[in-house]
Write a protein that binds this ligand. Structure first.
Ligand code: ADP
Ligand code: MG
Length: 260
C-alpha cells in the first residue's frame, strides 16, 4: 500500500452501555478508494463522524498523514482537507444550488464578507471564480442547468449529487461519503461510479466510502473494511470480502433483523 493518508488506530466509541465501535484499526492509503460496509447499526456512520470530528472516540485516535485528527474541531479537520457528505441531506432547501456551493467555499475566500458587501473588484473576481467552480463541479453530474434553482426544485437523487459537488468544490484531499447512493436510480448510480473514479483520477482525492449498494462498492473500491456490531471483521479486496464466511454470516446470519 502507498503511504497512509488516514489511519484509524484502535478507535472505540461507547454510547452509554452500547459499544458502537470496538478497537477498529485500518489505514486508507493516499489516492485509495476504501469502502466501509456492514449491516445497519454496525458503526459505519459513527466512524465517519469520528473521522470528521463530529464525534470524539472514547479511546483510540484517527491520524491524517501522522497528524492527529481526533480531538480537533470539525472546522479544523475540514481545513486540513477532509470533506464529507451525510447520510441525511444537508442542503439549505430554499437557497439556490449556486449559493449552497458558494457557502461551502467561503472559508477559502480571501476578501471575506465585508468586501463582498462593498463589491470590490477582488470580491467580484472571487464571485466569478466561485461560480466557475460551481459550474465545473455541477457539470460532472450534468446538473449545471440547475445552478440558479432552489435546492428543493431538484429530486432527492439530484440533491445528493449537489452535495457531492459542494464537497468536491472545497478541494478536499480526503472525502468521506456516507451512503451517497441512497435514493439514487440505477442510471444515477452509474453516474456516481464515474464521478467517484474521477475524484481520484482528476482531483487526486482519497475516498472513504460508507455504502451498502454493493454494485457501487465493487465498481469503485480498491479495498473494503467490513464492520459488524462495531468490530472489524474483514479488510480485503471487495471480491474477496464478499465471499468471506464471516462477512456472509454478518449479512445473512440467522436471527439478524438488519440485512442492509
Ligand atoms: N448518538 C448516538 N447515541 C446513541 N447511540 C448511537 C448514536 N449514534 C449511533 N448510535 C448507535 O450506535 C450503533 C452504530 O450506529 P451507526 O454508526 O449509525 O451505524 P451504521 O451507520 O453502520 O448504520 C447503533 O446501534 C446506533 O443505534
Ligand atoms: Mg449509517
Amino acid at each position: 500500500m502507498t503511504m497512509p493518508m488516514l489511519r484509524f488506530d484502535a478507535v472505540t466509541r461507547h454510547f452509554g452501555g452500547l459499544i458502537a465501535l470496538n478497537a477498529v484499526s485500518f489505514e486508507v492509503g493516499a489516492g485509495e478508494i476504501v469502502g466501509l460496509i456492514g449491516p445497519n447499526g454496525s458503526g459505519k456512520s459513527t466512524l465517519a463522524n469520528i473521522a470528521t470530528g463530529l464525534l470524539q472516540p472514547t479511546s483510540g485516535a484517527v491520524y491524517m498523514e501522522e497528524g492527529r485528527l481526533s480531538g480537533s474541531a470539525p472546522w479544523r479537520i475540514a481545513r486540513a482537507g477532509v470533506a464529507r457528505t451525510f447520510q441525511m441531506l444537508r442542503l439549505f432547501p430554499t437557497m439556490s444550488v449556486a449559493d449552497n456551493i458558494a457557502l461551502a467555499m467561503q472559508p477559502g475566500l480571501k476578501t471575506g464578507y465585508g468586501a463582498s458587501i462593498f463589491r470590490t473588484s477582488a470580491a467580484s473576481r472571487e464571485d466569478a471564480e466561485v461560480r466557475g467552480k460551481a459550474i465545473e463541479m455541477l457539470s460532472l453530474f450534468n446538473l449545471e442547468k440547475f445552478i440558479d434553482q432552489p435546492a428543493t426544485a431538484l429530486s432527492i437523487g439530484q440533491q445528493r449529487m449537489v452535495e457531492l459537488a459542494r464537497g468536491l468544490a472545497t478541494g478536499p484531499r480526503v472525502f468521506v461519503l456516507d451512503e451517497p447512493a441512497a435514493g439514487l436510480s440505477p442510471p444515477m448510480v452509474d453516474r456516481l461510479i464515474e464521478v467517484i473514479r474521477r475524484m481520484r483520477k482528476d482531483y487526486g482525492v482519497t475516498v472513504l466510502l460508507v455504502e451498502h449498494v454493493m454494485r457501487l462498492v465493487q465498481a469503485v473500491c480498491d479495498r473494503v473494511v467490513v464492520l459488524d456490531y462495531g468490530e472489524k471483521i474483514a479488510d480485503a479486496a471487495p471480491s474477496v470480502a464478499v465471499n468471506d464466511p464471516r462477512v456472509v454470516e454478518a449479512y445473512l446470519g440467522v436471527g439478524r433483523t438488519n440485512h442492509a
